[in-house]
Design a protein around this ligand. Sequence first.
Ligand SMILES: C[S@@+](CC[C@H](N)C(=O)[O-])C[C@H]1O[C@@H](n2cnc3c(N)ncnc32)[C@H](O)[C@@H]1O
Length: 309
Amino acid sequence: MIIPYEDLLPHLHTIRDFVRWGASRMNQAGLHFGHGTDNAFDEAATLVLHALCLPPDIHAEYCQSYLTLIEKKDVIELLARRITERKPAAYLTHRAWFMGLPFYVDERVLVPRSPLSELIERHFAPWLPDNCKIANILDLGTGSGCIGIACAYAFPDTHIDLVDVSTEALEVAKRNVIDHNLEDQITVIQSDLFAELKNRRYDIIISNPPYLGVENVDTLPREYHHEPRLGLTAGEAGLDIVSEILRQASDYLQRDGLLIVEVGNTQYALCEAYPNIPFTWLEFERGGEGIFLLNHMQLRDAGYRKNDS
Ligand SMILES: C[S@@+](CC[C@H](N)C(=O)[O-])C[C@H]1O[C@@H](n2cnc3c(N)ncnc32)[C@H](O)[C@@H]1O
């Protein structure tokens, strides 16, 4: 997209002008918003403020500030990249937010957006008794590390393992662990699901695994095609990874441990495939669905336990 920005100069002056102009162009181009914002104004504001090296929460009075010529050019170039490349804003700014915490992201990991942040923020209430001691948590399929790192903030005395099969994703997760100064509380492990976790048992296993069917991904808006396929797809029906988690999880949970997994719309296929598993589907005040909870006993009784140790 070549934008003759000189033509715009007489018309656009302030931060507010550029956010409005960017939002109009995004709507005109039919962009999809689902990676941290849900509308063109917020997406444009994210990019305009990033290009101006300003924080995302500036006071409203600064929106009247005039931009210099160089700033106008920088802002327009970034907005134009969002429109032509169809990359989610987070891949252009390398910044995403999860539970109010900042995370470095690039195309090696999914852009954090799981509703699980709300559950972590409320310390898994009402599913964990008040003041319950949690020794360790596993974030399975950690990507950027956002879920496990958020858990580390919510439970400062708990050890967290971040697990992913992707070397590239783990490089991003490690960077975020260091950025948040959590090296003493978090261990980063490369593992195909539980393969490298022998003899470990967790109080909580939390996971946002890939759960889309291969064909579903092909039909998604272009923005999703910048995300790693390994983070999105799980076989033909999207059930491959979650089925394996269900089969193995009880071997890695403490006796009163919890398994919490996001499966999105695959919820319905999952219930059909496993009619005898008593999934509890969680509700969220800020929106989101398709997240189930099972305890150790429910998993074991469902007959997926490999051994009875
Ligand atoms: C949906 S992404 C979620 C990333 C992150 N937890 C989040 O919520 O933003 C799923 C992650 O699972 C990882 N993954 C896929 N298959 C895996 C496997 N067999 N074992 C471990 N991790 C896997 C992917 O590399 C990806 O990072």
